[in-house]
Design a binder for this molecule. Structure first.
Ligand SMILES: [Zn+2]
Ligand SMILES: [Zn+2]
Length: 173
């Protein structure tokens, strides 16, 4: 009788959730897997030979990542990258509400989208009194309607900005 022995890689699904995919650069669904080499007899895995390897897979681009992309630090780094991009867009004249909708479309939590879209407007954000758009402090003309911008001195807005600044500071760590 001929006995077939060997090793076989066994994958098992151990969880799932949302993460910031470094390849897609947006929030995506992931599945977490554990794989370990098994001793097999007649192609049936019998016992584990080595230690498990954990990895996660983005369900959209199907790229494989180490589970470290789920860590607090990795999340902070991806947030910082997003913040940097948004800040540049705002500085180049994109109105705050456009950034907000963009973030929501990228599956960002609505509260976080709101926080980012107003806390990244600089220290003295501008407002267009004609079309009610909010802009970064560096912008002088409304890219929406062409009117001149004024300092945004609306009390409710400034209160919200103060709260948003605080949240962003905590998120940046
Ligand atoms: Zn992806
Ligand atoms: Zn305007």
């Amino acid at each position: 009788m001929f006995v077939i022995m060997g090793t076989k890689e066994k994958n098992k699904e151990t969880g799932h959730g949302e993460f910031f995919c470094p390849a897609c650069k947006v929030t995506r669904h992931y599945i977490k897997y554990e794989s370990a080499p098994y001793f097999s007899l007649y192609f049936v895995p019998l016992f584990k030979l080595g230690s498990e390897k954990k990895y996660i897979q983005c369900q959209v681009c199907h790229n494989i990542f180490s589970t470290s992309v789920l860590s607090q630090d990795a999340r902070r780094m991806s947030l910082l990258a997003v913040v940097n991009d948004l800040e540049n867009e705002l500085k180049s004249g994109t109105p705050s509400h456009v950034i907000y909708h963009k973030l929501v479309a990228k599956n960002f939590d609505e509260n976080l989208a709101r926080v980012l879209s107003i806390s990244l407007l600089g220290n003295t954000p501008k407002v267009c009194h004609k079309c009610k758009s909010y802009f970064h402090e560096r912008v002088n003309l409304c890219t929406n309607c062409g009117a001149s911008l004024a300092d945004n001195s609306d009390v409710t807005f400034l209160e919200e900005k103060k709260a948003a600044d605080k949240i962003l500071k905590e998120l940046k760590g």
